[in-house]
Design a protein around this ligand. Structure first.
Ligand code: F6R
Length: 650
C-alpha cells in the first residue's frame, strides 16, 4: 500500500528512483511520481496517474537531473487515482516535496487550519497537509530538520514520510506504523518501504524503528529520536539475492514465484529437521511447554495458512483457532498467559495483523510472528519470530509464501507437541468416533502411524484411520517435509491445470470445496482465482455445499474438489450432489486415489503424501489453475485491480 523510495548519492538519481518504483509497484500502482533536487538547488516534480511506465513516458530527464530525489507509487486511500492526487505533494511553491505511505487521521482539521491561514490545496489527499505545515515553519525561520519535526508533531495516524527541501542536499524521513528501511550503499544511500526497492544497489540495511527521524545525504545518515538525541542502529546484511526480485525470463512474477516453490520450501525447512523431529533454533526444547492453546491471527492468504495450521495442531491434540486479524483486534477474545497468539504475515506489515498482534501483546498471551521479512514490524513487535525464508515475493497474489508458511507451521506444530503443549488442560476431541476414552490418548498417535502404513501402504501414509474408528491424533512425521520440494516440482511441471483453465474458461462461477486441510486450501484456491481472474469464485467446507451454496450450482458452475487422502469418501458424496445438478467437477488428489479419479470429470493429481501436507501440493495446482485462467483473460496478473500486496491501513 504505497511505496516510497529515496536516493541520495553521487551521480544522477532518476534512473535508480525509477528502478526503485518498479520494484515497489506491488505495493500500489494507481499513480507514480518523483521529486528531484536539481544541482542548482531547485526541486522539480513529475507525477502521473498509472504505473511507473506512464510516468517514465512523460519524464523530461534533462529537467529532472539531480543526485537526490524521492519517489512514490500509490495505492489510493484518500482521493481517486489521478495526477493531482499522485505523490510527491508540495507546498504549492515547490520549496518542499513530500512522499507518504499511511494515513493521517487528523488531516481534515489541519487542512481547515492551514486554509484559514491562506494555504491552497490542489489534491484530495491527507498527505498534502505535511508540506504546507513544513512550509509554515520554514516561513517562521525554522531550519528544515526542525520544521520537519514540528510537522510530524502535528500529525496523527500511521506514516512513513520522506521530504526534500529546495537548496538542501539532505532527505528527511521518519516512520510510525508504516515500514521504512534504510539502505547503506557505496556511492548512495537509500530509504524505501521495503528492501527489494534498492536491493540491486545495496544489501546493507538498517531497519528503522517507529519515531526514528533519519537525515540522509550522499555521505551518510544520522538517526535520532523524537527529542533529537542520536540513536545507533545496527547495519544488517540481507541474504536475499537481487535476482530473486527480478522477473527474468518470466512474463509474471506470480508464475516465477509458483515455480520457485521447490527452492523456497527447501530454504524453509533447511537445517530444521533432525532425526524425524523438527529443530527450531528459535524454540529450544521445553520453551513451548507452557502453551495450552494457539490462536492464529492473519489476513487473506496468510489467514488460510493459519487455518491450515489449526488443523495440523488439532491433529496433534493441541487446541487451535484461526481468527481474521481485524476481528481479533477489535472483538474481545479470551486468552490466558498460556495462550500463544501466532500472527502469520508474509510482509510483517499488514495493519490488521499488526493491530491484532498489538491487542495480543497488551493481553497476558504470548505472541509469535511467522513472517517472511526479517526486520518487519511484526517480527520486531512479537515476543518471538519464526522466519519462513521464502525469499522476496513480488507478485501481489501470494503463492510461495503460503507453502512456506504452512511448512514452517508444520515444523512448529511438531515442536509444540514435543514440548507437551496443550496437554496440561486435559482437552479431548469432539470427533465423531466410537473410540473409548483411553483411545483418545497421545499414545494412539503411534497406533495411527502404524495404521496409516498398514491401511494405505503409502509413503508417509494417508490417514484413513478415522474411517475404521481407531485414530485419535494424527501427528504425521515432519521428515515427510523433506520430500515436499520434489513433489512440488512434479506438480509445477504438470500442464493439466493450463488445459483445464482453457476448457472451463466460459463457466459462470467457480466453487472450491475441501475438508480438513483441504478446507483452507479451497478458500485459498477461490481467493487466488477471484483476485487475479475477476471471476466469481467461492470456497466452502465440502460439507457446507448442501447447506445453501448448492442453490447456485448449475451446469455453468465448475466445482473444484480437494482430496487429501483423509475423509475423501465424504467429499465424494458432496461432489455427487453437484454433479447431479449438472456441474462439472475437477478433483485434485493423490496420484494413487483411483477411487476418486474415477468419480470426477477431470483429475489433477499430485504425488502421494500424507494428509497433513497434501493440501500444500493441491494448492500448487490451484495456483496454476488461477494463473492460467487469468492469463487467458489477459488480466494484470501481478497487479490485480484495486489490490496491493502490503495493506498497511486497517
Ligand atoms: C492474496 C494476498 C493477500 C495477503 C494479505 C496478508 O493473494 O496476498 O490476501 O495474504 O493481504 O498479507 P501479509 O501476509 O503480508 O500479512
Amino acid at each position: 500500500m504505497c511505496g516510497i523510495i529515496v536516493r541520495a548519492g553521487v551521480g544522477d538519481a532518476l534512473g535508480e528512483l525509477l528502478t526503485g518504483l518498479r520494484n515497489l509497484e506491488y505495493r500500489g500502482y494507481d499513480s507514480a511520481g518523483v521529486a528531484l533536487r536539481r544541482n542548482d538547488g531547485e526541486i522539480v516534480v513529475c507525477k502521473r496517474e498509472g504505473e511507473t511506465d506512464a510516468l517514465e513516458a512523460d519524464l523530461d530527464s534533462d529537467r529532472l537531473s539531480g543526485s537526490v530525489g524521492i519517489g512514490h507509487t500509490r495505492w489510493s486511500t484518500h482521493g481517486a487515482p489521478s495526477d493531482a492526487n499522485a505523490h510527491p505533494h508540495t507546498d504549492g511553491s515547490n520549496r518542499v516535496a513530500v512522499v507518504h505511505n499511511g494515513i493521517i487521521r487528523n488531516y481534515e482539521t489541519l487542512r481547515r487550519e492551514l486554509r484559514d491561514r491562506g494555504h491552497e490545496f490542489t489534491s484530495e489527499t491527507d498527505t498534502e497537509v505535511i508540506p504546507h505545515l513544513v512550509a509554515d515553519a520554514l516561513d517562521a525561520g525554522i531550519d528544515p530538520e526542525t520544521a520537519f519535526r514540528s510537522a510530524i508533531d502535528r500529525i496523527e495516524g500511521s506514516y512513513a514520510i520522506a521530504m526534500v527541501v529546495d537548496g538542501r542536499e539532505e532527505v528527511y524521513a521518519t516512520r510510525r506504523g508504516s515500514p521504512l528501511v534504510l539502505g547503506v550503499g557505496e556511492t548512495a544511500n537509500y530509504l524505501a518501504s521495503d528492501v527489494p526497492a534498492f536491493l540491486e544497489f545495496t544489501d546493507r540495511v538498517v531497519y528503522l524503528e517507529d519515531d526514528d527521524v533519519v537525515v540522509v545525504d550522499a555521505e551518510g545518515y544520522q538517526i535520532s529520536d523524537v527529542a533529537g538525541d542520536p540513536i545507533e542502529r545496527t547495519v544488517e546484511t540481507v541474504d536475499w539475492d537481487a535476482g530473486d526480485a527480478r522477473k527474468g525470463v518470466y512474463n509474471h512474477f506470480m508464475r516465477k514465484e509458483i515455480d520457485e516453490q521447490p527452492v523456497s520450501l527447501r530454504q524453509t525447512i533447511n537445517g530444521r529437521i533432525e532425526g524425524g523431529k523438527s529443530v527450531l533454533s528459535e524454540f529450544p526444547q521445553g520453551s513451548l511447554a507452557d502453551v495450552d492453546e494457539v490462536i492464529f491471527v492473519a489476513c487473506g492468504t496468510s489467514y488460510h495458512a493459519g487455518m491450515y495450521g489449526c488443523t495440523l495442531l488439532r491433529r496433534r491434540g493441541i487446541p487451535a483457532t484461526a481468527v481474521p486479524a481485524n476481528e481479533f483486534a477489535h472483538e474481545p477474545m479470551p486468552v490466558t498467559d498460556r495462550t500463544l497468539v501466532i500472527a502469520v504475515t508474509q510482509s510483517g506489515e499488514t495493519a490488521d495483523t499488526l493491530a491484532s498482534l498489538r491487542a495480543a501483546n497488551s493481553s497476558p498471551a504470548r505472541t509469535l510472528a511467522v513472517t517472511n521479512v526479517v526486520g518487519s514490524t511484526a517480527a520486531r513487535e512479537a515476543n518471538d519470530a519464526l522466519f519462513i525464508r521464502a525469499g522476496p515475493e513480488i507478485g501481489v497474489a501470494a503463492t510461495k509464501t503460503f507453502s512456506s508458511q504452512v511448512a514452517a507451521i508444520a515444523l512448529l506444530a511438531d515442536r509444540l507437541e514435543d514440548d507437551g503443549a496443550g496437554q496440561s488442560a486435559g482437552w479431548s476431541t469432539a470427533e465423531e468416533t466410537d473410540r473409548s476414552a483411553d483411545q483418545i490418548d497421545r499414545s494412539v498417535s503411534t497406533t495411527a502411524t502404524k495404521n496409516r502404513e498398514g491401511a494405505n501402504g503409502r509413503t508417509g501414509g494417508g490417514d484413513r484411520a478415522e474411517n475404521d474408528g481407531q485414530t485419535a491424533y494424527d501427528n504425521g512425521d515432519v521428515s515427510e517435509l523433506r520430500a515436499l520440494p520434489d513433489h512440488v516440482e512434479t506438480v509445477v511441471g504438470d500442464g493439466n491445470a493450463a488445459r483445464l483453465a482453457t476448457q472451463y474458461a466460459d463457466a459462470d462461477s467457480y466453487f472450491f470445496i475441501g475438508r480438513g486441510v483441504g478446507y483452507p486450501v479451497a478458500l485459498e484456491g477461490a481467493l487466488k482465482f477471484k483476485e487475479i481472474t475477476y471471476e466469481h469464485a467461492e470456497g466452502f467446507a465440502a460439507g457446507e455445499l448442501k447447506h445453501g451454496p448448492l442453490a447456485l450450482v448449475t451446469p455453468a458452475t465448475v466445482v473444484v474438489a480437494i482430496f487429501t487422502g483423509r475423509n475423501d469418501e465424504r467429499t465424494l458424496h458432496n461432489i455427487r450432489e453437484a454433479q447431479s445438478r449438472g456441474a462439472p467437477v475437477i478433483g485434485i488428489g493423490p496420484e494413487s486415489a483411483t477411487d476418486v479419479r474415477e468419480k470426477v470429470d477431470e483429475y489433477l493429481s499430485y504425488p502421494d503424501v500424507g494428509p497433513n501436507l497434501a493440501g500444500i501440493l493441491a494448492n500448487v495446482h490451484l495456483q496454476l489453475l488461477a494463473y492460467h485462467a487469468a492469463e487467458i483473460r489477459d488480466r494484470a496478473i501481478d497487479k490485480p485491480r484495486n489490490l496491493a500486496k502490503s495493506v498497511t491501513v486497517e
